[in-house]
Ligand binder design. Structure first.
Ligand code: PLP
Ligand code: COI
Length: 372
């Protein structure tokens, strides 16, 4: 048996009930206005790992238990060196009451890739999916039913060894928490974006393609600047590649050209390969659009909007789904919103994607996995 093969399966998840679950009245209040990331469900899924190196070791104690704080020694390595990775995916309730996950294996695979970059052990794909399934099943009453709502799932892994030396951890905790979610931006209107010219989120050879907490820590200061300027998100560009557009703090970017071509920044190793991005590429191609993954600079963005060649610009990600982008602003300049920025291609792709996720449109790609 390979050392990295799963040592656990679904049947090995034990359950400890939360003895003080949220009351039906309080839950109804929460689900009526869930916001994003504010309220957590009654349980968590956990799996622990120990081993001499991230390539081997053993996964054990897979369990569902009551939601609660973690107790960590102050010398726990994640608190000092940020050895952590996470994921984001959603569960949806369909009209017939059934519950479905969107492409959980893709998240599990990306979680492995992120773990590899951070010298953490690679959780087997089926164990990741089982943990998510078990938690969603347990807390399925927390899935909101309103338009645009879902149960947001946040799997993460932290280095839990008590050790101050700088080397990969010998102990890790994998956990999944869940939180009912509505529209991430709180508005369907196009959002203005702040260009953080003086900051990079990731560099060549760095951790930009991994989903690790440190990347988000690096985005917080420019994100604060963005909010001070009235923008909902910050965009990162690469000054060493003619200000090539990379991505937003938590989303990928697409440009819709008036000739029916969609352009999205290619994967250079400094941006996250979004699962929504991959799905949008597949959907757009199916709908007859040409999709090109290539370098696109801020200058091309400006010229394209001015000439009308760029008709729509949108951002996409699990939390934000598909969101039209408005103006690009920076300290002493601005690119106006593309003429058709709330336009038909953005809307078509959003409707198709959310239609599949919520069961209103046929899932011809086999993207959904049933939980309940
Ligand atoms: N880019 C960043 C930096 C993100 O945090 C996210 C969100 O997870 C994305 C892109 C989009 O990825 P996905 O579509 O898998 O959610
Ligand atoms: C997600 O979309 O799942 C993310 O992790 C992005 C973050 C902005 C919430």
């Amino acid at each position: 048996m390979l050392e990295t093969e799963p040592t656990l399966s679904t049947s090995t998840f034990t359950t400890t009930e939360n003895q003080e679950p949220t009351t039906p009245e309080r839950l109804a209040e929460i689900l009526a206005a869930p916001g994003f990331g504010e309220f957590m469900t009654d349980h968590v899924a956990k799996v622990e790992w120990s081993g001499e190196s991230p390539d081997g070791g053993e996964w054990r104690d897979a369990r569902i238990e009551p939601y609660g704080p973690l107790s960590l020694d102050p010398a726990t390595s994640v608190l000092h060196y940020g050895q952590e990775v996470f994921e984001g995916l959603k569960a949806y309730r369909h009209q017939d009451g059934s519950v479905w996950l969107f492409r959980p294996e893709a998240n599990a695979q990306r979680f492995q890739k992120s773990a590899r970059r951070l010298a953490l052990p690679e959780l087997p794909v089926d164990l990741f999916v089982d943990a998510v399934r078990n938690l969603v099943e347990k807390d399925s009453r927390w899935i909101p039913e309103g338009e645009g709502t879902s149960l947001y799932l946040r799997p993460f892994m932290i280095a839990t060894e008590k050790f101050l030396g700088v080397r990969p951890t010998h102990e890790a905790l994998f956990e999944v928490i869940a939180s009912p979610a509505a529209n991430y931006f709180g508005t369907p209107e196009p959002v203005d974006i702040w260009w953080a010219r003086d900051y990079a989120r990731a560099g060549e050879g760095g951790t930009g393609a991994a989903k690790c907490g440190g990347n988000y820590a690096a985005s917080l200061l420019p994100q604060t600047e963005a909010e001070e300027k009235g923008c909902k998100q910050v965009i990162f560009t690469d000054p060493h590649r003619d200000n090539a557009v990379e991505e937003l703090g938590g989303m990928n970017v697409f440009f819709v050209f008036s000739d029916g071509t969609l352009v999205t920044p290619e994967l250079t190793g400094t941006i996250l390969e979004g699962i929504t991005r991959t799905s949008i590429i597949q959907l757009a191609e199916e709908q007859g659009y040409r999709v090109v993954e290539r370098k696109i600079t801020v200058d091309e963005w400006r010229d394209g909007v001015e000439s009308g060649e760029i008709a729509e610009v949108f951002a996409c990600g699990t939390a934000a789904v598909v969101a039209p982008m408005g103006r690009l602003l920076w300290e002493d300049g601005e690119i106006p919103a593309a003429k058709n920025t709330n336009g038909e291609v953005t809307e078509l792709l959003r409707t198709q994607l959310t239609g599949i996720q919520t069961g209103r449109v046929e899932d011809r790609f086999g993207w959904l996995t049933r939980v309940v």
